[in-house]
Design a binder for this molecule. Structure first.
Ligand code: NAP
Length: 339
């Protein structure tokens, strides 16, 4: 029998943590004991994992020395506090938050794109899984960069409320029901009414007018392509969908291309599903993409304003494809070569 590993999922009651647990089960990850961890609020709650029902443990007194691999699926400030404890205890750590994206000593890995960076690991390490926006975008960008070169990227990302976890989902549900019943609403997670609305900005901005999440994607993409000077411009817009993110992307390439070449290139990638029919009634949408492992690409066109410009649309499940599955895929690589 192959070796089994003790695994902890920190944030197992959250949107990403629940999906990590589901992916571990579905993909038959070689789990010996699964520890599910969250805050004191949910300690003792049972979680379903195959035939087992582990109970949530409180992160504040969790002993990381019991486990070999830890998935952190908690807010960035919680990762910032507890990831060092897990590393000190000798665990391999996969963090889904933005806490360590700017930390050059962490490894930023998008499974299927830059797995090679894991080859050099000789001891337990911190591995950061990129945000959902970068995770989807890099899978499209990477093959184009390899064949045609990419010199500039613009993306407008329409984010669903699940980008803000369970609380975002609950707020959209609650506001929608209240407004349909002619009742008052009180925004909490979102700065204004999100139901039946579109918010151009979520969170504070820096001096140049960009939010933390937007700048996070800039850093992630530059790290993933290995070019700190690659011009990247991201706008994140909050839309009232429950799941899935939709990005409208403009790329400028170094080499000239034919649209058919780009379509063929993208269609040959295992992690992508490319729409070439151009039929709006069958095109993948955020709703249709929920629960899917692949990144959907549609509307691949020549950018009319740029001779070397490419315009396309990317739709992906932000929870599963964007974070949980990618994290479990990183763990699968670690199991094969390091753990
Ligand atoms: N949602 C996305 O689309 C997405 C995509 C990529 C990456 N991420 C990142 O993934 C992480 C989790 O996001 P999420 O969407 O899953 O959020 P979520 O649904 O709000 O879940 C948050 C989880 O963190 C736990 N938690 C919060 N404060 C804690 C504390 N002080 N101690 C211990 N546990 C604590 C919660 O436990 P309780 O239930 O006990 O409160 C819950 O399990 C975030 O860093 C987020 O930025 C999210």
């Amino acid at each position: 029998m192959s070796e089994l590993f003790s695994v902890a999922v920190v944030g197992a009651t959250g949107a990403i943590g629940e999906s990590v647990v589901a992916c571990l089960e579905e993909r038959k990850f070689p789990v010996d004991e699964l520890f599910v961890v969250a805050s004191e609020r949910s300690a003792g709650t049972p979680i379903s994992f195959g035939k087992r029902n582990p109970k949530i443990k409180n992160l504040a007194d969790f002993d990381f020395s019991k486990v070999q691999l830890v998935f952190f699926c908690v807010p960035a400030e919680v990762s910032a506090e507890y990831v060092p404890h897990a590393l000190e205890a000798g665990c391999y750590v996969i963090d889904t938050s933005s806490a360590f994206v700017g930390d050059e000593s962490s490894l930023l890995v998008s499974a299927g794109v830059n797995d090679a960076v894991l080859e050099g690991i000789t001891a337990p390490q911190l591995i950061v899984a990129p945000s959902a926006t970068s995770s989807a975008l890099i899978k499209v960008l990477h093959p184009i960069q390899q064949v045609f070169g990419v010199v500039r990227i613009h993306s407008t990302c329409m984010q669903s409320v699940s980008s803000h976890g369970h609380r975002g989902l609950e707020e959209l549900g609650r506001q929608t029901a209240s407004l349909l019943n002619f009742q008052q609403i009180k925004p909490d997670v979102f700065p204004q009414q999100i139901a039946f609305n579109v918010l151009p900005q979520f969170g504070d901005v820096n001096e140049q007018g960009y939010t933390h999440d937007e700048m996070n994607v800039v850093v992630e993409l530059q790290r993933l392509v290995g070019d700190d000077d690659l011009p990247v411009n991201i706008s994140m817009i909050q839309v009232p969908t429950f799941y899935g993110s939709t990005q409208v992307v403009q790329l400028e390439t170094r080499e000239p291309f034919e649209i058919e070449q780009v379509q063929q290139l993208l269609s040959s990638q295992a992690q992508l599903k490319v729409d070439t029919k151009k039929d709006p009634s069958s095109m993948v949408t955020a709703v249709g993409q929920a629960g899917e492992n692949k990144v959907a690409v549609s509307r691949v066109r020549q950018d009319l304003a740029e001779p070397y410009g490419l315009s396309l649309c990317i739709v992906a499940d932000n929870i599963r494809q964007g974070s949980a599955l990618s994290s479990v895929q990183i763990a699968e690589i670690l199991v094969k070569s390091h753990l």
